[in-house]
Write a protein that binds this ligand. Structure first.
Ligand code: NI
Length: 393
């Protein structure tokens, strides 16, 4: 057995205890004050000197230097919880009403703390520096940017993040190359017409009708302007218009999200096409577009071939052939994508926690979400071993 796995198993109780503490005490995005404090305390107990970083004031960075000089790899864990009501009834269920670690970030934070212990015990194997990044505010996509702005990636040659994942079988880790998570945005368009009597529509300009047409026309972008071989989703989740059943609506709002894996299409092609269709449709219905808003929440996460090959070897070392997990690309977003975009040699790994017999295959963001805690050592060992393997290349 690899030394990292031996040490991860030795620290299993510690990691479970930390994970349960974070689970019981969840904090909302951008408010991870106590989590940040506890992470710093734990790192100090290990003899490390963590730094609180970023404008949000809750990010933590710490370097572990190996016995020999070399490159620097950053390992990232996110720390925030979600506004979800916990429906589980175990001893360490969330103490905060309406707030829950329903995505597994409690496990990320705990296993990166575990990895710190393992790495400290393996300093003779570290050729260079392992930087640990405890990141706030992933769920609102401001945390990774905050860490980047604070200079956390300065001098960093490669990065790796793990996500515990309930669709990946317990005992396996998915590190496939190519698209892993989608780029996601939030868009809004407001259309303006002219009010009038519902019985005399020709005297007004119906913004509600124009918005309905624009919503339909935007779906043609997906089927007629972009290749069917590349997944693209345009969802308009919120339409608002009008005040009364017999009044012509003078205003309408369309709000939604785009998901795709192609960065060029996401940043340029799709938003340009959408604006053309919304403006063209508004024009055809004699309306005006008074608000155009696009917020790029996340970029695509693409695992490079080289990093994926390296990670596959690491997984096999730790868990054998059967440890190589599988997960199709996800249309969900992840703000680690901003780190991946900044440091090309970056990898996102999905550590399996899904075991139907233990009931840990519930979807993420559900109030019933659970972690197979027997898999936490896999996350600890993978964090540590991947860093060691990279630095020894
Ligand atoms: Ni998550």
């Amino acid at each position: 057995m690899e030394k990292t796995m031996e040490l991860a198993l030795e620290n299993k109780d510690y990691v479970i205890q930390m994970r349960r503490y974070f689970h019981e005490n969840p904090e909302a995005s951008e408010h991870e004050v106590n989590t940040c404090k506890v992470v710093c305390e734990e790192l100090k107990k290990m003899g490390l000197e963590p730094q609180v970083v970023g404008k949000l004031g809750t990010g933590v960075m710490v370097d572990i230097k190996g016995d020999q000089p070399g490159k620097t790899i950053a390992l990232r864990a996110d720390m925030d919880a979600l506004s979800v009501q916990e429906l589980n009834d175990f001893s360490f269920k969330s103490k905060v009403d309406g707030l829950m670690h329903a995505c597994g970030h409690d496990g990320h934070t705990a296993t990166l703390l575990g990895a710190a212990k393992v790495l400290l015990a393996c300093k003779d194997q570290i050729k260079g520096t392992v930087r640990l990044l405890f990141q706030p505010a992933e769920e609102v996509a401001t945390g990774a940017k905050d860490m980047i702005d604070a200079g956390c990636l300065d001098g960093v040659d490669a990065t790796m993040a793990i996500h515990l994942w309930s669709d990946v079988k317990s005992g396996t880790i998915s590190v496939e190359a190519g698209p892993r998570m989608a780029a996601a945005n939030w868009f809004k368009y407001r259309l303006k017409g002219k009010p009038g009597h519902g019985a005399l529509p020709h005297q007004g300009i119906d913004a509600g009708l124009a918005a309905s047409a624009a919503a339909l026309n935007m779906q043609h972008i997906v089927s007629r302007e972009f290749p069917a071989s590349e997944p693209l989703v345009i969802t308009i989740g919120h339409i608002e218009s009008g005040t009364r059943f017999n009044v012509i609506a003078a205003e309408a709002l369309l709000e939604g999200t785009v998901r795709c894996f192609n960065l060029e299409a996401f940043c340029k092609g799709v938003p340009e096409a959408m604006l053309r269709v919304v403006e063209g449709t508004a024009d055809a219905y004699r309306c005006e577009v008074t608000e155009k808003f696009v917020f790029e929440a996340t970029l695509p996460c693409n695992n490079p071939e080289e990093a994926s090959a390296r990670a596959t070897k690491t997984v096999k070392k730790l868990l054998g052939e059967e440890g190589v997990g599988k997960l199709p690309p996800l249309m969900g977003g992840e703000d680690y994508s901003f780190i991946m975009n900044k440091v090309p040699d970056s990898l996102i790994a999905f550590v399996g926690i899904g075991d139907p017999e233990k009931g840990t295959d519930e979807p993420h963001h559900s109030g019933c979400f659970k972690i197979d805690e027997d898999c936490l050592p896999n996350s600890v060992a993978f964090y540590a071993q991947y860093a060691i393997d990279y630095l020894n290349e």
